[in-house]
Design a binder for this molecule. Structure first.
Ligand code: IMP
Length: 432
């Protein structure tokens, strides 16, 4: 059976969790393949707001939910999330964890904060979840993997090496070092014990599922322009949020992936630092922030807001082979008299339609906009009527907006989400 990937086309927080939740009904397995507790997937189920940081959104439909090898996992936080999931009545037995995933240790979180502080004005604006320092250890080949939490000897050996290195780093940052091998060994072996029956060889498991005709949904975290290679480096996260990350982070072969759904918020938001060509620092930006409830799920930081940017979305489509778009939060733009969409950038007098690889250039580009008129704000009743009747049309101005996006991106929009709740979405809308 083919696999489907869902990924964010902007800077994260596009509404991937909700779309994954809606689509996961038709899948057997949902896999997260990169990132860790820096992600915040918010779901509204029957008026209850549920936020997961590690657990794939498929858990709320009691699907097999896998934390893939490309993830970095903070065990105490994951255990807490699993307890919460179980309180909501979700079957946590369905949660499977790759033995190969790397472990976020408390010193990684400390180092994340120290590093940010030392960067001064050049800070990245990380979520301080220890993501970068954990991936540093992974790539340095000194990282602790989930499977190490099941083997006292191996964990003890790795901790001894790690603590020596980390003590040196704490000295460099002039910070007191408070960890001992014995204490961490005891604490993390205990987490290993709690999580042991969830740990599997996830790549073998997922491939087996695919070979047996099961449907696999790969759920991305963050967004294309936070990718460590293709994003606005260095203002990025430390993993590959793009399609390659879905393959290495889950262990499946590319030929399985037949559909790549790009999630595009109808406007753009960004948390943390980094270039943002369509950012609105005026009242309109504040209005978007308020209407769209744009505050971070993980850090509660206000998100920077701006107009939609088709240059970044088109670049994301090309980089990832995105086959179709799910557009979210069209309700937030409904009442605006004038809506803008960036269709090109001006750079040194020339017009370009791709994201420049140089961060310095990305900081200088000036968006070229196309203007649209807002659409009437619809009540839930009106949306429902549109949903029920295949022949009824979306509001005229919204159709103009969506048609333009489809034409620009050269791929169809297959979902229009108009609110946070599960049922506030139209699948396969008639746009043409
Ligand atoms: P880190 O992933 O915590 O290292 O943060 C690196 C950058 O990615 C910062 O700008 C964060 O704000 C951003 N970031 C990380 N995770 C998310 C997310 O889930 N949504 C939006 N931005 C994120």
């Amino acid at each position: 059976m083919p696999a489907t990937v869902i990924l964010g086309t902007q800077f994260g927080d596009e509404g991937k969790g909700k779309v994954t939740d809606v689509l996961s009904d038709k899948y057997d397995v949902v896999v997260r393949y990169q990132g860790g507790a820096n992600a915040g997937h918010t779901l509204f189920i029957e008026n209850t707001k549920i936020a997961f940081h590690h657990i794939p959104s498929g858990i709320v439909r009691n699907k097999i939910s896998i934390l893939g090898n490309g993830m970095v996992i903070n065990p105490p936080q994951l255990i807490k999330e699993m307890d919460e999931a179980s309180k909501y009545g979700f079957k946590t037995d369905n949660i499977k964890i790759s033995r190969k995933a790397n472990v976020v240790m408390p010193y990684h979180k400390d180092l994340d904060s120290f590093e940010e502080l030392s960067r001064g004005n050049n800070k990245v604006g990380t979520t301080k979840q220890g993501i970068g320092p954990t991936y540093i250890d992974k790539v340095a080949r000194t990282g602790i993997r989930m499977e190490d939490l099941l083997n006292k000897e191996s964990l003890s050996e790795k901790l001894s090496t790690q603590l020596k290195i980390k003590r040196g780093l704490y000295n460099l940052y002039e910070q007191p070092f408070k960890y001992t091998v014995n204490e961490l060994l005891k604490e993390y072996m205990n987490y290993g014990k709690i999580l042991s029956h969830h740990m599997i060889d996830s790549d073998v498991y997922i491939n087996d599922m695919l070979m047996h005709g099961k449907r696999v949904l790969l759920e991305g975290a963050q967004g294309v322009f936070l990718d460590v290679d293709h994003g606005t480096y260095p203002y990025v996260t430390s993993s590959n949020t793009t399609i390659g990350g879905a393959i290495t982070g889950s262990g499946i072969a590319p030929q399985y992936i037949k559909r790549v759904i790009g999630i595009m918020k109808a406007y753009t938001t960004r948390v943390g630092e980094g270039p943002f060509p369509t950012e609105l620092k005026d009242g309109i930006g504040i209005e978007l922030q308020k209407k769209g409830h744009e505050f971070g799920t993980t850090t509660n930081r206000p998100r920077r807001c701006g107009w939609g940017d088709l240059v970044i979305v088109k670049t994301a489509v090309i980089l990832n082979g995105i086959t179709d778009i799910a557009i979210t939060k069209v309700d937030t733009l409904a009442d605006f008299d004038e809506i803008k969409l960036a269709v090109a950038y001006k750079l040194d007098g020339e017009e370009i339609t791709h994201v420049p690889s140089s961060i310095k250039d990305m900081e200088r580009v000036v968006p070229v906009y196309k203007k649209f008129t807002g659409w009437k704000e619809l009540t839930d009743k009106e949306w429902n009527a549109i949903k029920k009747n295949k022949n009824s049309k979306l509001p005229k101005n919204l159709l103009i907006y969506l048609k333009f996006i489809e034409k620009y991106l050269q791929i169809p929009i297959k979902a229009v989400s108009y609110g946070p709740k599960r049922d506030q979405i139209i699948l396969n809308p008639s746009i043409r």
